[in-house]
Write a protein that binds this ligand. Structure first.
Ligand code: 5GP
Ligand code: ZN
Length: 114
């Protein structure tokens, strides 16, 4: 998707701080971090939102969770705690229309979210 910010990050057309990459997923630091650790984990395939993932896409979701756990370990927040969230749709606050998971941690996170 030529006009998708995250597809452009995958293609290295937009710079980002990449922390992990394999054939399925890419992980990079959020440009506007909301916590000491704020990493985005995305499937390389362009899927607009969680609700448009098909059963065939689900292995990549598992891979995102695996990579999130790995990065949480690397960031030293594995034991203190972290949150993995995906905003789906406008009222949930989704602003980039390419499925992504936020890995947040390094401070006490409020609940419920506003
Ligand atoms: P959403 O609001 O869709 O759940 O999350 C989108 C996230 O992408 C936001 O946290 C925002 O800061 C981040 N973001 C938007 N554009 C860029 C960018 O060009 N580079 C990086 N690294 N993060 C971005
Ligand atoms: Zn995309």
């Amino acid at each position: 998707m030529a006009n998708c910010i995250f597809c452009r990050i995958v293609a290295r057309q937009i710079p980002s701080t990449i922390l992990f990459e394999n054939e399925k997923v890419l992980a990079f630091r959020d440009a506007h971090p909301q916590a000491p650790t704020h990493i985005l984990i995305i499937p390389k395939i362009h899927v607009e939102r969680l609700s448009t993932l098909t059963p065939d896409d689900l292995p990549v979701v598992g891979e995102c969770v695996r990579v999130a756990n790995l990065l949480a370990e690397q960031e030293g927040i594995s034991k203190t705690g972290y949150r993995l969230v995906a905003n789906c749709g406008e009222e949930a606050g989704q602003s980039v229309w390419h499925v992504h998971f936020h890995l947040l941690g390094g401070r006490r996170l409020g609940w419920p979210p506003g």
